[in-house]
Design a protein around this ligand. Structure first.
Ligand code: MN3
Length: 202
């Protein structure tokens, strides 16, 4: 059996977000970190009888996988899913604000777009060590450690997520996670997020 999962291409060049995230970080993050999650996930799947057809359903049942591969699928399957989504949620044309149905839902839940940004950023800064912060379709914000994500606890596919591992920002921002989070808002592809809000994938 050949390789099951593959590293997705980015929709933009490594340097396309460089006003906020450098080409060096993007290249390392995509071609090294993400590639490693893909390779290790494939290795784990190949050594098992697990059906790796759908990453989303695989992660949804990760807690009931055999002990021998559970951690590998959690860490590397999570890493593959999370990063695949993360690249899609960013764009050189990003940085506007959510409008339409999503804009209204955010206003209703958080008072305003700025209220949402403040809350999400605060959660991002509060993640101890490595992890992610997520906006879910029901307009709740959650954080997860390591490469965990909401699918693993029975949740829906997240609408938006931010990688707060140091590898995502250290080359540019050193230990200043707050500067990275503040800069990241300038590359969020709200058109994409709105599209997913209107037409959920799961
Ligand atoms: Mn990462």
């Amino acid at each position: 059996m050949g390789q099951k999962f593959e590293l997705p291409e980015l929709n933009y060049d490594y340097g396309a977000l460089s006003d906020h995230i450098s080409a060096d970080i993007m290249k390392l993050h995509h071609s090294k970190h993400h590639q490693t999650y893909v390779d290790k996930l494939n290795a784990a799947i190949e050594q098992s009888n697990v059906d790796g057809d759908s990453l989303v359903s695989l992660l949804g049942q990760v807690s009931s996988l055999p002990e021998s591969i559970q951690a590998a699928v959690r860490n590397n399957g999570g890493g593959h899913y999370n990063h695949s989504r993360f690249w899609q949620w960013m764009s050189p044309d990003g940085g506007s604000q959510p409008s339409g149905e999503l804009g209204r839902a955010i206003d209703q839940a958080f008072g305003s777009y700025q209220g949402f940004v403040d809350k999400f950023s605060q959660e991002a800064l509060g993640v101890f060590g490595s992890g992610w912060v997520w906006l879910q379709p029901d307009m709740t914000i959650v954080t997860t450690p390591n490469q965990d994500n909401p699918l693993m606890s029975g949740g829906a596919e997240p609408l938006l997520g931010l990688d707060v591992w140091e590898h995502a920002y250290y080359l540019d921002y050193k230990n200043k996670r707050d500067d990275y989070v503040a800069a990241w808002w300038n590359v969020v592809d709200w058109q994409r997020v709105e599209q997913e809000f209107r037409q959920p994938t799961a």
